[in-house]
Design a protein around this ligand. Sequence first.
Ligand code: FAD
Ligand code: NAI
Length: 466
Amino acid sequence: MAEYDFDVLVIGSGPGGYVAAIRAAQLGLKTACAESRETLGGTCLNVGCIPSKALLNASELFHEASSGLLEKHGIKIKGVELDLAAMLADKDEAVKGLTGGIEYLFKKNKIEWLKGLATFVDAHTVEVAGKKTTAKNIVIATGSSVTPLPGVEIDNAKGIIVDSTGGIALQKVPGHMVVIGGGVIGLELGSVWMRLSAKVTVVEYLDQILPGMDGEVRKEANKLFKKQGMDIRTGTKVTGVSVKGKKASVSVEPAAGGDAETIEADVVLVAIGRKPNTDGLGLDKIGLALNQRGQIETGHDFATAVDGVWAIGDVIPGPMLAHKAEDEGVAVAENIAGLTGIVNHDVIPSVVYTHPEIAGVGLTEEAAKERGDVKVGKFPMMANSRAKAIRDTDGFVKIIADAETDKVLGVWIVASPAGTMIAQAAQAMEFGATSEDIAYTCHAHPTHNEAVKEAAMAVQGKPIHI
Ligand code: FAD
Ligand code: NAI
């Protein structure tokens, strides 16, 4: 009889967990995955990346059709109506297809789904739904959940004070939505409801939205969202939210001190960050401590301080992004199998799926300058022929390169397809490219990516079209 029930047991089936399970199974390891949700796929597929992108796409289509935006292309549409129930149902259909797809992949790869909440009994045993299961290796991929705002009670069912899960399922377009937090979720979901006709006010504690992004990009984003009609209050803190009947009152005051103000809202979306999921895991039973931010620390191989226990995704340090979790999922499985699984954490792109999209990879100009001399090249989308042809010219591409070696250190893009464009920058950086390498690579015409080439040419001091 085998010493353990499984070679690998993954806790959590988000992009980190399900990918780790599939790769482990592909490598010939007997694998199980514990998931307490009704469906597989974690935050990303169920209530995160996928439903939010479905709504971002549908709301943009509605906005283009209803706002007269298409008239400049000679397309006149009258009597456009919103069927919100149908839009939400279509989003749910997208989620169902993808979560069902993971279930299919589990069956195909003979991965056993242990349905229920997993708790450690010891370093090689977990209990799920009253049953103990043992594994030689246990991967913690429990993800993250919404950071609560003290004193502000989220009630997604009521639909007045909601988090992102409630914010992708509102049954009515709010007259006024107040978003607490000018980060990725606030701007993406704020955009969705604004396009569907809500007035949107974003209250951000810091003096700029989108923390962590390049300074110039943050400024440009602020300008563009304001132009679209979003009321962005930076340097403002929320001191309380009260609900009376179907309305909420949000008390705010300047972060630096000053007069308080009350903003009335139909819906308040709390989006002030996410925290790692470790409660109830029983980490004390295996003697695994958390760091000050409540995360599980690992080495580069994703092994924790406890033998046989590994961790990946949102529950460990680093950006809370699905593709980061996925790459860690592949790497941890390869390491467990005795191969060498590596993730280059210096080259993880991030994308905000607004219109235009906002994307970056590598260092911001500010961070790069702290390390040494840099050369910066910029190219406006206004001078890109494809952007001009489709009359969608907001944004720019910015490349930051080492002044001495010309090695690309960071790329930042504001452009309608920035999320797709950033992939070439990530690949170039992964290959250790210089800006000259990009500048002398032939790019198809007319494409948005030519702006990346021209920004690289600008680093060399020789762009053609500006
Ligand atoms: P998760 O996806 O959180 O999955 C963890 C799973 O573990 C959950 O299903 C949970 O139920 C389960 N679990 C937890 N504890 C236990 C336990 N004890 N036993 C059994 N099961 C357990 N990222 C992007 O890259 N792009 C995007 O566009 C994007 N959009 C987002 C939009 C929103 C609204 C939100 C909230 C997040 C978004 N993210 C996006 C972030 C992305 O969802 C996360 O980074 C990603 O899901 C993390 O993957 P994970 O596998 O670490 O954890
Ligand atoms: P975030 O960290 O992106 O932004 C939170 C914002 O809230 C920050 O700007 C912060 O300064 C502000 N804030 C914090 N406390 C506040 C307070 N009391 N009052 C006012 N503002 C306050 O977090 P968010 O938007 O909740 O998203 C969580 C994570 O989910 C992101 O970090 C990201 O990793 C992931 N995500 C990724 C997406 C993508 O890749 N497109 C989309 C959505 C989420």
